[in-house]
Each structure stands twice: as structure tokens, then as C-alpha cells.
Design a protein around this ligand. Structure first.
Ligand code: ADP
Ligand code: 5GP
Length: 209
């Protein structure tokens, strides 16, 4: 059975990374897809854990080689999802989660319609602004760009299957965790377990009884 692909998206500053870190720390059945980016490393970020940090030239070579499922220019930096990283894990039956921007998520939708699409929304536009300011990782100009992009990103919310409104962090973590769990309980995902338990009678016809 191949793994499930989860696509977590939403405006910058809405809390995607914070929620995902907590969910990933408590689940053994989900791995994070580490993206490539040309943005500069923030204090505390680690190569290969948060991102693979590359130059624009290296990134463009990867685009030319078709190495990304999707890539996008987000707030003036390039970000891309590695096809190899994601597909090798899905093929091994491991569930994978992406944390990508909204244009990226909509691009993945074209190629992977069966993935699970989750939008993380802020409680309000004002609170989004507060969170970005408090995080303090962008200068005033970059902050303006992120807030401007957030309006367009919020306009795409109905393209997603699930929405987590990130008011209280504990509740958001529970909700994302519940979405991942529900996906594992789909009948088609449970087939192997039912089979091993001797409960797979899918070949039995009504008149055999
Ligand atoms: P994103 O990954 O979506 O860009 P982050 O996870 O970096 O967002 O969160 C942006 C800021 O908001 C961080 O400073 C984070 O600590 C804070 N934050 C995240 N979730 C909440 C929440 N539920 N309540 C208050 N602050 C939050
Ligand atoms: P940050 O610079 O704050 O780490 O990320 C900025 C935005 O880029 C976030 O919305 C994040 O979800 C998005 N992002 C991270 N990796 C990728 C990726 O591989 N592809 C796309 N399209 N967006 C990404």
C-alpha cells in the first residue's frame, strides 16, 4: 500500500510550521518533505531538516532536470518540492506531509488529485499581521509582500478539503492530527489490516451464504 500525501498550506505566518512540528513530533507514521529553497537560512534552521538551502543557479538546474513536483517563487525566493524525496517515501508506504504555499498546493492538485489538501487559516487578518510581526523574521518590505500575498491565498480557501483555523495552538494540533488519522481509517487504506485479521471477505458473493 502506498503512503498518503498531505498538503498543508496557507498564508505565511499563519502557524503551519508550528502546528506541523508538534504533529510530526507525536506521530511515527508521518514524515515531512524537506523542500529546496534559495532563501537565506534563519537562525536555528538546519540544512536538510528545515530546508535544503541552494543557490538560484542550483535551483534552476533542478527545475531543468524535472526534479520538482512543483516549485514556486514565493515572496521573492524560490521553493520546490523534491519528486524523489516524496515519491520514494510514498512508494515505501510512508505518509508524507508538505508545507507549501498556496500556488504550490494548487499546482500539486493538478498532478496529485488524491492527496489530502489542508488549509491553515489565521483567526483574522489582523492576527496574521501580529504573528508575522512577532516572529520578526522579515523586514518591513518583506512583511508587506507577505501580507499582500495572504489576501490572494485566502481567496483560494475553497479549493481545499479541510480548514484548520489556528486560534488555539493545542486545538489546531489536535485537528490536524485528527485529519491525518481519519485518512488512515479509509476502507481502502485498511485493506491490508482487514486481510491480515482474516476479515477481508470482499470475494464472497451474497448467494454464497
Ligand atoms: P508559517 O509556518 O505558517 O509561516 P509559523 O509557524 O512560523 O507560521 O508561525 C508564525 C508565528 O505565529 C510564530 O511566531 C509562531 O510562534 C506564532 N504562532 C503559531 N501558532 C500560533 C497560535 N495558535 N497562537 C499564537 N501564535 C501562534
Ligand atoms: P518560509 O520562508 O517562511 O519558510 O516559507 C515561506 C512560504 O513558502 C511558506 O508559505 C511555505 O509554506 C512555502 N514553502 C515552503 N516550501 C515550499 C515548497 O517546496 N514549494 C512551495 N510552493 N512553497 C513552499
Amino acid at each position: 500500500m502506498t503512503g498518503s500525501l498531505f498538503v498543508v498550506s496557507g498564508p505565511s505566518g499563519t502557524g503551519k510550521t508550528t502546528i506541523l512540528r508538534r504533529v510530526l513530533a507525536s506521530r511515527k507514521d508521518l514524515v515531512f518533505s524537506v523542500s529546496y529553497t534559495t532563501r537565506v537560512k534563519r537562525p536555528g534552521e538546519e540544512e536538510g531538516k528545515d530546508y535544503f538551502f541552494v543557490s538560484e543557479e542550483q535551483f534552476e538546474a533542478r527545475i531543468r532536470n524535472g526534479e520538482f513536483i512543483e516549485w514556486a517563487r514565493v515572496h521573492d525566493n524560490l521553493y520546490g518540492t523534491s519528486r524523489e524525496y516524496v515519491d520514494s517515501r510514498l512508494d515505501d508506504g510512508i505518509n508524507v506531509v508538505l508545507d507549501i504555499d498556496v500556488q504550490g498546493a494548487l499546482n500539486v492538485q493538478k498532478e496529485r488529485p488524491r492527496a489530502v489538501y489542508i488549509f491553515i487559516a489565521p483567526p483574522s487578518y489582523e492576527e496574521l499581521k501580529n504573528r508575522l510581526e512577532t516572529r520578526g523574521t522579515e523586514n518591513t518590505e518583506q512583511l508587506k509582500i507577505r501580507l499582500r500575498n495572504a489576501r490572494w491565498e485566502l481567496s483560494k480557501i475553497y479549493m481545499f478539503q479541510y480548514v484548520v483555523v489556528n486560534c488555539c495552538l493545542d486545538r489546531s494540533v489536535e485537528q490536524l492530527d485528527a485529519i491525518v488519522t481519519s485518512e488512515q481509517l479509509r476502507v481502502e487504506k485498511m485493506k491490508d489490516i482487514l486481510h491480515r485479521a482474516g476479515l477481508d471477505f470482499s470475494e464472497v458473493r451474497h448467494d454464497d451464504n
